[in-house]
Design a protein around this ligand. Structure first.
Ligand code: AVJ
Length: 323
């Protein structure tokens, strides 16, 4: 963080998380081309909009992954040692982990997420339904290193990273994340991970340009969040949503496009936009089974098994740390 943002954070009495948000927003809007990090989509409103996205007819990933977890829960549970601690990276709703809890004899569940309040309420609900399960929530940014609770020290570790969140990482970041997960979980650990697959471009296009416009609202909400939390003055009606599939880079790219020449202020900084100028807000990488396996191998993990749905829309993999 630069000295200027640190001083601003102090004078505006921003908490630590908001200061990190401020620093990233000011740095990212100062770049050419402008960008914002997709990890900031998920304030309360953004999380609610994402939940709506998962229910859209065009948005196949969530429902397909759930069907794989449901159909293969028996096979997946065979990859999870009895009494293991399951560490979920970026735990939001507990729908997916519940499918594993029903099948696996887990010793503990460790949801890790940056949003502490939501984490606690989800943990409480889970404790009610699984009274024998020890739940140890960790409030942390799972993309950085964090410490596991001491209570699970002696248990076997299984990481859980569903939702194709890996797709938000650039390939080198995905590799760094997988290596760091391996370091955090330790020797002999396993990882169950959900990865979205390459497919017909029109299917991908529609999943990120839904007819009801929910993805557009989700994308634009990041500007509202900047207005709310950082006192920005974005006019969201002067920006539009665009998502395209970049075939060469195997990724969906989401943008916010300025409809006119305009200047926006955020925490004393001015950002000028040309008509048609873009802010790149998200990349969502799509993998082939081969490319994902090569990535896993290069990041310190060996493949135990892969599962897909009948139409090969989505994949779930069980990996083991290789030494
Ligand atoms: C949560 C990152 C998996 O890339 O499909 C959904 C986010 N963005 N619609 C995805 C998202 C637009 C989602 N991930």
């Amino acid at each position: 963080m630069n000295v200027h943002v640190a001083a601003l954070a102090k004078s505006h009495r921003l908490d630590q998380q908001t200061t990190a948000f401020a620093s990233d927003v000011i740095d990212d809007l100062s770049q050419t081309p402008k960008r914002l990090s997709p990890k900031y989509f998920y304030d309360a409103k953004g999380s609610e909009l994402f939940e709506q996205i998962t229910l859209l007819p065009e948005y196949y990933p969530t429902r397909t992954e759930l069907s794989i977890l449901r159909d293969q829960s028996g096979a997946i549970s065979e990859m999870v040692p009895k009494g293991a601690a399951l560490v979920e990276f970026g735990a939001g709703a507990t729908t997916k982990v519940r499918l594993l809890l029903n099948e696996c004899a887990l010793g503990a569940y460790v949801p890790v997420d940056i949003s502490g309040d939501f984490l606690q309420s989800q943990a409480d609900a889970l404790r009610k339904d699984f009274p024998a399960l020890d739940v140890y929530p960790v409030t942390a940014d799972f993309t950085t290193s964090f410490a596991l609770p001491e209570a699970i020290g002696s248990m076997a570790k299984v990481g859980f990273f569903p939702g194709s969140t890996l797709g938000n990482f650039e390939p080198h970041e995905a590799c760094a994340f997988l290596r760091s997960a391996r370091d955090i979980l330790g020797q002999g650990a396993r990882l169950v991970i959900g990865v979205d697959l390459e497919k017909d471009e029109s299917v991908l296009y529609k999943a990120y340009n839904d007819a009801a416009g929910v993805t557009a609202r989700f994308n634009l909400n990041i500007l509202n969040r900047i207005n709310r939390e950082l006192g920005g003055n974005f006019d969201t009606s002067a920006f539009t949503h665009r998502a395209i599939y970049n075939r060469d880079r195997h990724r969906i790219e989401m943008y916010l496009i300025s409809g006119k020449a305009q200047t926006v202020r955020v925490l004393g900084h001015s950002f000028s936009f040309r008509p048609g100028e873009t802010i790149h807000t998200e990349s969502s990488y799509k993998y082939s089974l081969e490319r994902f396996r090569a990535l896993a191998r290069a990041s310190g993990w060996a493949l135990l098994e892969s599962w897909t749905d009948e139409a090969s829309m989505f994949s779930v993999h069980a990996l083991v740390a290789s030494d």
